[in-house]
Design a protein around this ligand. Sequence first.
Ligand code: HEM
Length: 167
Amino acid sequence: MEPRKRLSIALVTQSVYAMQHRKLQGAGSRSLGSTPKQANSTTNAPLSYSFELAGGELAFHRLARRFYQGVARDETLRPMYPADLGESAHLLALFLIQFCGGPATYSQQKGHPRLRMRHLPFSIGQQERDSWVFHMNAALQSEIENAQAREFLSQYFERTATFMMNR
Ligand code: HEM
């Protein structure tokens, strides 16, 4: 094939790939619960960098446990969850570790996240969403030291919690 033709095919392929990537990362897309492969949109840094910046696996486990301490005291949220919140905290930590570019243990155990689908059995309106975000922001304040990582996670949680609303 002519070199110029080959080059233009390569460029078209590349831009289609880039468009798909942007779509995958776009706010409001159905992929909010999946693992974006490139950079995070707030810091423009690779996601593995966010993972390190947040403090690695231990920090996410601490974050999830702290979050569920808030849920345990919340009259709106508590009745939605199972009696033992330990497993819920563990799953949330694994999911966040994977989302931020750490090990993909969550998907090895549970398959594709499909977060919105997994939340359909629960009735989630404005009040549930706001309580969830409130406890998560409190947990972020106490467990994530790095301000940039906190800001990235906080923005991600705001939009993802809105996306989980189903009434
Ligand atoms: C908007 C308010 C939300 C409510 C009321 C809510 C509620 C729930 C409930 C009741 C469960 C089931 C718990 C269990 O079976 O252990 C659950 C699971 C889960 N939630 Fe949420 N959730 C919300 C938002 C979010 C957000 C924003 C995220 C992530 C960014 C998230 C991540 C998860 C994960 C990873 C699981 C475990 C799913 C699994 O693998 O079974 N949730 N959530």
